[in-house]
Design a binder for this molecule. Structure first.
Ligand SMILES: NC(=O)c1ccc[n+]([C@@H]2O[C@H](COP(=O)([O-])OP(=O)(O)OC[C@H]3O[C@@H](n4cnc5c(N)ncnc54)[C@H](O)[C@@H]3O)[C@@H](O)[C@H]2O)c1
Length: 550
């Protein structure tokens, strides 16, 4: 039989382990763990070395006691799947499988793996039998069947349910299982507990599993590690023993002196805290979508309106919504709550109105850019069909290379559907997997491609790293993300690089009035999300030109 390989993003091929390698790997781990126990180190297994698991594993492995001695030994556990196995050999070399803008992450992983020898990784589930603590960082997705209708979807509980059953088969009854995954509220007590209890019974274990929940607030970007270690945490346990264990563990590994823990009575409360926290933010952003349209149609600059409101301390966290609200969490977390109400707790009425509506609005907000671009080009006498359009920024937020559910993806898909030829520039990215691998990423059948026509050619879409050649000859430039590289771009220089006047679309309050004015003076057409005052600037420039002529 031919060997199967898992290929890392930079193209290195790793053969998947064969059947005979499992026993060998477990033997190796047992010997390693025995040595670590002699050093009085607690053994922690982190399940799922994805975006969250990698950084959490590093933070735990870097922990020292009051005397400055390492007191944890961490093993990252990852399924040996074609998609993810590569993360294990990469991590074992002391290299982070997650590329981050945070300068702390890579040296931290290298230090823990190669110098401190407190971080390792494996593909065998048997490792769970060696753990004092198991930290669960595997995904729990929410699958949407339609664009803009979160009710038409479901929580994908399978990866989590499967791993809970596997954990219960292997772990010692005294091991603490800490679920960090963002879950549908009720999961720890009503899904995890019964699954694990049943398996414990089959193993003849009378004790209750020790289960706790504490959600992650990790953020991509320059403070990725600090957003785990130096940030406030909420936690809970299913009983007193679990609660005491999770409090001790988090006090050990996180900077709880400066960022104290909040301990809630029950897991459903900490699970709900995560969902409400993210739904609050999603709702605040979604509510501004209608005011953004109001602003565009009535000569109002929403950017200035928001700045004016922000001055008031009670309203200081109001923010401009940009072209759609992306990232892994905000588009799905409210859906987990809505789903739980019916499918875990058994209610049939639909109490949720704002939470799903906010997600639906956010999920479709960026489609409006299609209209703005079409209108700007039309005002210049150019059709959108076959127009060359450059998108500046693919990430879902500024100054990170993270494209998960970014508004930019929908902008590209919508404009492609309308016949445009898209180009993309993003200084933080080399690949945009949502397009390059749209048949299989994020999973087969789950690409947003399915909601649009005419998407096949987008597999060829490459991120350009030279802004000068990206701009050359384009019909329209879309400022989509507030990357620092785009904030100070000078209109004269941009148009020089384009070679001609073009349409300019501002999705994120990136252009100030002077720049907007200058683009008009250079013969461009400008439109902006929530920026109805642009029309006024256009009229001023036109009047000035007329006066000059007469
Ligand atoms: N990414 C964020 O910014 C963020 C922020 C806060 C909370 N969260 C939450 O953290 C959780 C994890 O998110 P993520 O971004 O790390 O996801 P991810 O998809 O990057 O990582 C999940 C990892 O778990 C692995 N996995 C799945 N099943 C497994 C199993 N049975 N055994 C071992 N490994 C398994 C996957 O292969 C993958 O590597 C999610 O619930 C997410 O909502 C994420």
């Amino acid at each position: 039989m031919s060997k199967e390989y898992s290929v890392s993003p930079d193209g290195e091929k790793f053969p998947l382990p064969g059947k005979d390698e499992y026993a060998k790997e477990y033997k190796r781990l047992k010997a390693k763990v025995a040595r670590q126990r002699k050093l009085n180190r607690e053994i922690v297994v982190v399940m799922g070395v994805g975006f969250v698991g990698v950084a959490m594993a590093a933070v735990i492995a870097d922990t020292v006691d009051k005397k400055g001695k390492s007191n944890k030994f961490v093993i990252g556990m990852q399924r040996p799947s074609v998609r993810s196995y590569w993360k294990i050999p990469v991590l074992d070399k002391g290299i982070s499988p997650v590329i981050s803008e945070d300068e702390e992450l890579a040296p931290m992983i290298e230090r823990c793996v190669l110098e401190k020898k407190t971080l390792s990784s494996t593909f065998v589930y048997d490792v769970l039998s060696l753990a004092d603590v198991v930290v669960v960082d595997i995904q729990c997705d929410y699958h949407k069947n339609s664009l803009g209708d979160v009710y038409d979807g479901h929580a994908d509980m399978m990866p989590l349910e499967d791993s809970l059953a596997i954990m219960a088969e292997y772990i010692s009854p005294d091991a603490l299982v800490l679920i960090e995954t963002t879950v549908a509220p009720g999961t720890t007590e009503q899904i995890a507990y019964p699954i694990m209890k049943k398996v414990f019974k089959q193993r003849g274990i009378k004790k209750d599993p020790l289960l706790a929940h504490s959600f992650e607030r990790v953020m991509p970007g320059r403070d990725y590690v600090a957003s785990i270690r130096d940030f406030w945490r909420v936690c809970s346990g299913i009983n007193k023993k679990s609660r005491d264990r999770v409090v001790k563990f988090l006090n050990d590994v996180l900077n709880t002196e400066d960022y104290p823990l909040t301990v809630l009575d029950k897991p459903i409360e900490s699970e709900t805290a995560k969902i409400v926290e993210n739904s609050f933010r999603a709702t605040m952003l979604a509510f501004l979508d209608e005011w953004s349209l109001f602003a565009e149609r009535n000569g109002v600059d929403l950017v200035k309106v928001i700045e004016a409101i922000k001055v008031r301390p009670t309203h200081s966290n109001i923010i401009f919504p940009g072209p759609g609200i992306g990232g892994y969490c905000l588009p799905k977390d409210g859906g987990l709550g809505v789903w739980a109400y019916k499918h875990i707790h058994g209610f049939e009425d639909e109490i949720f109105k704002m939470t799903p509506l906010a997600i639906n609005i956010n999920d479709t907000r960026s489609l409006h850019i299609g209209q703005l671009t079409r209108d700007a080009l039309r005002n210049m006498g150019r059709p959108i069909a076959a127009a060359e359009i450059l998108l500046l920024g693919a990430s879902y937020r500024e100054d990170v290379g993270d494209t998960r559910y970014s508004g930019s993806e929908l902008i590209v898909r919508k404009l492609t559907e309308m016949g445009a030829e898209m180009r993309v520039h993003d200084p933080y990215l080399n690949h945009w997997w949502e397009f390059e691998k749209q048949d299989t990423y994020p999973a087969p059948g789950h690409s947003l491609e399915r909601f649009f026509r005419n998407q096949e050619k987008l597999k060829e879409l490459k991120i350009q790293d030279d802004i000068k050649s990206a701009l050359k000859g384009t019909d329209a430039v879309i400022f989509a993300v507030r990357h620092e590289h785009y904030m100070d771009l000078d209109p004269d220089k941009v148009i020089k690089m384009v070679g001609n006047a073009c349409a300019v679309i501002d999705c994120f309050g990136i252009l100030d009035d002077n720049k907007i004015r200058r683009y008009f003076e250079l013969g461009c057409e400008v439109k902006g999300l929530g920026r109805g005052h642009i029309r006024r600037i256009k009229d001023e420039v036109r009047l000035k030109k007329l006066k000059k002529k007469s």
